[in-house]
Design a protein around this ligand. Structure first.
Ligand SMILES: [Zn+2]
Length: 132
């Protein structure tokens, strides 16, 4: 994938298995938003995502998705969330940035193909994403 801004040192990598799981979960939830917790490791700015968790008590609709953070177990491998945008762009909304969780936010837009997924930091800047 090509990003215009190259100055970010952070890099996200995602296994193909995790990508496929995200995409099929989003398709299943369509036309509502889907939300999942990302599990992985972060080292020297390189974030490796290798697992997914369905958040407890999550609530979703066509234009929102969330979960009560207070129900989450304290787990250091929870490094961010992924959610879908059934309509519109993959850019984070003001609400998304306000509810930022962890180090990274992945957003998948419809039609949920391999090129529909984007990574963002807590300021709404894009982070390069690679699939392994
Ligand atoms: Zn959103």
């Amino acid at each position: 994938m090509i990003f215009k801004k190259k100055k970010f040192e952070r890099n996200i990598s995602l296994t193909k298995d995790v990508l496929d799981s995200i995409l099929s979960y989003c398709q299943m939830k369509h036309p509502n938003e889907a939300i999942l917790i990302l599990k992985g490791k972060s080292k020297n700015g390189n974030i490796k995502i290798d697992g997914l968790v369905i958040p407890p008590f999550n609530f979703t609709g066509p234009t929102f998705a969330g979960f009560p953070h207070s129900f989450l177990p304290l787990d250091m491998s929870y490094i961010g969330i992924v959610h879908s945008h059934p309509t519109g762009s993959a850019e984070p909304s003001v609400t998304d940035l306000h509810n930022f969780f962890g180090l990274v936010s992945l957003i998948v837009k419809s039609p949920y193909c391999d090129n529909s997924i984007f990574a963002w930091d807590s300021s709404g800047n894009p982070i390069p994403l690679s699939i392994e």
